[in-house]
Design a protein around this ligand. Structure first.
Ligand code: 4AZ
Length: 249
């Protein structure tokens, strides 16, 4: 997270680090992406986090995928570590355009209700341009590969879709699609998600509205962050057994 501040992981228990020590080493608890807990045995992350490109030639052979919650400092062993029993990549995910960038993680044991973040529904006011939102993660804090040991958060705004359509009309990184993606950042830049934050939560009005997905660079003016629009992939998430129904505010 660029332009953010350290926050307590204990008080944001639904923010999870996605970890595989076998693929990423023991440092920083093996964290390589973010995740959000949306049901007692369900977490979500970005599809591109669990792809072949990230996890290696046979992702199904990764047997130590875990979500870690409540661990403010990844060099410590505080908080909870829960094994990922299985995961399902959105069958509609298109790596060429980045559309539908979500995967559902089935946890081996249940987390308590307090650790669950409700998902925003289609039509929720949290999606309106100008709404204040917060992005969380243990990713790059400078754009130069300085990964955080401690959880960071940055306040951004949901931006008009037109801002991202203008920024990303079609590039090697992806094409902005207002139906399935959410545009967020600051007009002047400076606060944004970055490498290592992918799959982590964007929260508005106490609900999950987006997952860190892509963008060009981090925090640059005119290059907002692009998020997976949760309301557009809810059926994929809800189809997973054990997912909590989204609750009212
Ligand atoms: C990444 O590569 C990435 N500034 C994540 C988020 C953003 C850019 C890149 C948004 O994981």
């Amino acid at each position: 997270v660029i332009g953010g501040r350290p926050v307590s992981a204990e008080s944001h228990p639904w923010v999870a680090a996605l970890s595989s020590r076998s693929r990423f080493g023991p440092e920083r608890s093996g964290q390589f992406c973010g995740s959000a807990v949306v049901g007692p045995r369900t977490a979500v992350t970005a599809a591109h986090c669990v792809s072949r490109e990230v996890l290696g030639t046979d992702p199904s052979q990764v047997d130590d995928l875990r979500v870690i919650t409540g661990r403010g400092d990844l060099t410590q062993t505080t908080g909870k570590e829960v094994a990922v029993e299985s995961w399902k990549v959105n069958p509609e995910y298109d790596p060429k355009t980045n559309k539908g960038d979500v995967a559902v993680l089935r946890l081996a044991s249940a987390l308590p209700q307090d650790d669950i973040l409700p998902m925003a529904q289609k039509g929720d006011s949290g999606y309106q341009a100008g709404t204040a939102a917060t992005v969380y993660g243990w990713g790059d804090t400078t754009g130069r590969g300085d990964y955080a040991d401690t959880l960071h958060a940055a306040g951004v705004n949901v931006l008009p879709d037109a801002d991202c359509e203008r920024a990303y009309p079609g590039s090697a990184e992806g094409t902005y699609d207002r139906g399935t993606m959410l545009c967020a950042g600051l007009k002047q830049g400076g606060k944004d998600a970055c490498q290592g934050d992918s799959g982590g939560p964007l929260v508005a009005q106490g609900k999950l509205v987006g997952l860190v997905s892509w963008g060009i660079g981090c925090g640059q003016q005119g290059r907002p962050g692009v998020y997976t629009r949760i309301s557009a992939v809810q059926s994929v998430i809800g189809a997973q057994e054990g997912a909590a129904p989204a609750t009212g505010s």
